[in-house]
Write a protein that binds this ligand. Structure first.
Ligand code: SF4
Length: 405
């Protein structure tokens, strides 16, 4: 097996994910390039997500009662020192024959595999990975699990493929008076998953067939062959003196803006960029970039729809008839209405599903002629804000046509 030595840092499951999404991101991250200085909002979002994930993980652990955790239940494994502690705690718990371990972490040659739950019974291991996405039958999730199995197998632990699971939130579940954990989580057996879609990772079409074949053959040595090749490839790149040449693309913005955008996107114009053309597909944007077309104005006209042509022409187009009809239809009073919502993976309130949007604040500007009157409502989210918000709307006594912001 390979030895991971770069910066003496561990190579984790999320490094593996980075490599699958963008090899350059993996390189820049592991070589400690500076992340964007203006990424505060992204960091805040990430922090919110991390704490939500901890809450979700803790609920998942309750499906396997009386287990022992390798970390404090309100924390997460982030730095190398946390990983080190969790590895040694996992070993200690296994030696003590503890049957259920939360956050089991294994290491081989500095490669790390983390499982949300490990169940040991009569010498058989069952491994559970918990995802927060509501769809996990894609290449990203499957490959991530295969990476973990690769590490486990390299350590010499026997893998029974019937005992490898991915758990994820059931988006159809609505919370009752309490959380029904068996309904909140869906759990799939790895070898029963029908792979569909890439999940945002850059793998060729043939790789899909390869993964499908591996899954269908149900042999663990076949399943991890693919991973071995991937890791060798990542490490060849990591040992190079320059970052891999990866074209920018949709992977730079999904699900969050990449922290290295300031580095890879510095040649992209701030205004009038071909990447900002409305409704243009990423495949087209990449094609233009490859041809050196950075400005929307330089995109060949035949490649744009009528709407896109108008939007890129920098001219003002007025549909006077439609505008007049719109203005004529307006009553004397218009309510400019804006609603703020929040969503959680673990449903907080009754009749609330994972990731369902919950309104907690609104702002209304009532326009009467030239006059504006403001109404607003804001609730903290320690209690269910929905009823309070609706009552506030009713109590405002305002009725009339709204324009949504
Ligand atoms: S900005 Fe895009 S190309 Fe650059 S490292 Fe991030 S994902 Fe990769």
């Amino acid at each position: 097996m390979l030895q991971h030595k770069i910066n003496k840092k561990y190579f984790t499951d999320s490094d593996f994910n980075d490599g699958l999404v963008c090899e350059k991101k993996l390189y820049l991250n592991k070589k400690r390039y500076k992340a964007s200085p203006d990424n505060k909002i992204i960091s805040l979002n990430k922090e919110k997500l991390m704490y939500e994930n901890i809450e979700f993980n803790n609920e998942f652990h309750k499906l396997f009662p009386y287990g022992a955790n390798t970390i404090k239940s309100n924390s997460f494994i982030n730095e190398d020192q946390d990983i080190k502690k969790a590895i040694s705690k996992t070993k200690e718990l296994l030696n003590k024959k503890v049957e259920i371990i939360y956050n089991a972490v294994f290491e081989h040659s500095n490669f790390i595999a983390h499982f949300d739950v490990l169940v040991t019974k009569n010498g058989d291991y069952s491994f559970y990975k918990l995802a927060t996405a509501t769809k996990t039958n894609n290449a990203r999730h499957i490959l991530n699990l295969l990476y973990k199995l690769y590490i486990i197998k390299s350590i010499g632990i026997n893998i029974n493929l019937n005992n490898i699971f991915i758990a994820y939130p059931n988006k159809d579940y609505k919370k009752g008076t309490g959380l029904e954990l068996k309904l909140l989580f869906k759990i799939d057996r790895l070898i029963d998953i029908e792979i569909s879609g890439s999940g945002g990772v850059m793998i060729g079409d043939t790789a899909f067939d390869e993964i499908r074949d591996y899954l269908n053959n149900k042999k663990s040595n076949l399943l991890i062959k693919f991973i071995q090749k991937k890791l060798q490839h990542f490490h060849k790149n990591l040992n190079s003196n320059s970052s891999p040449k990866i074209q920018i693309g949709s992977h730079c913005t999904m699900p969050f803006d990449c922290t290295f955008k300031h580095y890879c996107w510095k040649h992209i114009p701030k205004k009038g960029s071909s990447l900002k053309i409305v409704r243009a597909k990423w495949s087209d944007k990449v094609k233009w970039l490859n041809k050196g077309i950075l400005y929307a104005a330089d995109v060949p006209q035949g490649e744009l729809s009528e709407r896109q042509l108008k939007a890129t022409s920098r001219k003002v187009f007025l549909d006077k008839v439609a505008i007049k009809k719109y203005l004529d239809d307006l009553s004397e009073k218009i309510y400019h209405f804006d609603l703020e919502t929040v969503q959680f993976v673990t449903p907080r309130y009754q009749d609330n599903a994972p990731y369902e949007q919950i309104p907690f604040a609104y702002s209304i500007h009532l326009q009467t002629g030239e006059e504006l009157t403001h109404y607003n409502f804001f609730s903290d989210i320690t209690g269910d804000p929905r009823e309070k918000l609706i009552k506030s709307l009713i109590n405002s006594g305002q009725v009339g046509p709204i324009s949504l912001s």
